[in-house]
Design a protein around this ligand. Sequence first.
Ligand code: CTP
Length: 404
Amino acid sequence: MLRNKRILLIIGGGIAAYKCLELVRRLKERGASVRAILTPAAQQFVTPLTVGALTGERVFTDLFDLTAEHDIGHIRLSREADLVVVAPATADLMARMAHGIADDLASTALIATDKPVLIAPAMNPRMWAHPATRRNLAILEADGITRIGPNAGAMAERDEFGEGRMAEPMEILAAIEGHFTHVGSATLTGRRILVTSGPTHEPIDPVRYIANRSSGKQGHAIAAAAAAAGAQVVLVSGPVDLPDPPNVHTIHVESAREMLAAVEGNLPVDVAIFTAAVADWRVADAADQKIKKGPQGTPALHLVENPDILATISRHPTLRPHLVIGFAAETEKVVEHARAKLARKGCDLIVANDVSPAHGVMGGDTNTVHLVSPAQVEDWPTASKAEVARRLAARIATLLEGQA
Ligand code: CTP
C-alpha cells in the first residue's frame, strides 16, 4: 500500500522526535520514500545525520539554504509528496500552522503544500488542554488536517501523566496507511461539488436576528475534504466563526433565502451536500428600523416558513445534481426520522446525526453519524468531523464512479 508513496516528514522539536526514527524505518520497509525536514528545535533531539542515514536522502533544515533552493526549493519540497506528516506536532508548530506563519523551512513548507497533512501532536498535558491549543486544533481540523493521537500516559517529565504523548510509530504508520486506503483510487478530480454549511440568520430588525447553534464545522470540513480529493468546490456558508477552507470558493450569506439564491446561482454541479442548519422559519415582516421598547408593549413575531433548499434542489426540474445528500439533525429516533426525511426531501442519501446536547455534536469536534440510503443504514464509528468528511468524500467518489 505504501510502495512508491512519497512522504514528507516534518519533525518538530519535542522529546518524541526520537520515535520518528522508528517511523522512518517502518515506512522505508514498506517501500515508501521519505524526505525529512527538521525544525531547529528538532535538531536538539535528533540529528540530521541520523535521520538522513535512515531516509537515505538529504535532510532539509534551512529555509535560506541556497544549494537546496537551487536543486529543489521549498515549494517543490512541499509538493513532491503524496502526504505530509508532522511528528511530533508540538504546540508551537500547531500554532504556527493554524495561523499560517512561515518563518522557517517547516512552517513554510506547510503553508506552501497542496497535499494532505497528517499531524501527530505531542506535548505536555496542560499544553494540550490549554484553550489556545484547542483553538488551534479546531482551526487545523476545519482546514481538513488529519490527526493521530495524542495518547494518554506517562510523560517524559517526572510525575506528569495525561493526554499528550505522541502516538506510537506503528499507530502513526496505521494512520498513514489508512489515509492511502481512503484516498484509494477514488478521487473527485474534475467533479463539481456544492456544500452548504453553518446556520442562517433571519432578521427581526436591523440589529436582531433568529439563529441556531450550528458551528459550520462539519460542512466546512466536508468542503475541505472534497477539495483535497480534487473536486472543484463551492461552499455556501451562513455566518460562522471559521476561516474559509483552502482551495474552496466560499460564498458568504446570512438568510435562508440568500442561501437558496446562492445555491441556485451555482448550479449545475455533480454533487450537492446540504449540511447547513437552515432556519425553518423567518420573521414575516422584518422591521426596517430597530424595534423600540414602548407603550405598544412586547412585539409578537409572526413567522413564515423558509424555502427548503434541499427539497428544492432535489426536485429541480432541469438542474438536479447526480447526487444530492442531506443532513438530518435529530434529537430522538435518529434513523427513523432520517428515513422519513429522505423520502420527504427527495434526496439520495441522508447523513443523520444525533444532536441532543448530551452528545455535544453542535459546536463540538466529533460526530457519530448514520448514512441512510433508501436501501440501507450504515452506522459509522464516532470520529472527528474531519474524518467523517474524508470518509464521505471517499464514499461520494465511489458512488460517482458507480454511476459513470
Ligand atoms: N434544509 C434545507 N433548507 C431548509 C431546511 C433544511 O436545505 N429550509 C436541509 C438541511 O441542510 C439538511 C436537511 O434539510 O440537509 C434536514 O434539515 P433538518 O433541519 O434536520 O430537517 P427539517 O426539514 O427542518 O425537519 P425537522 O425540523 O422536522 O427535523
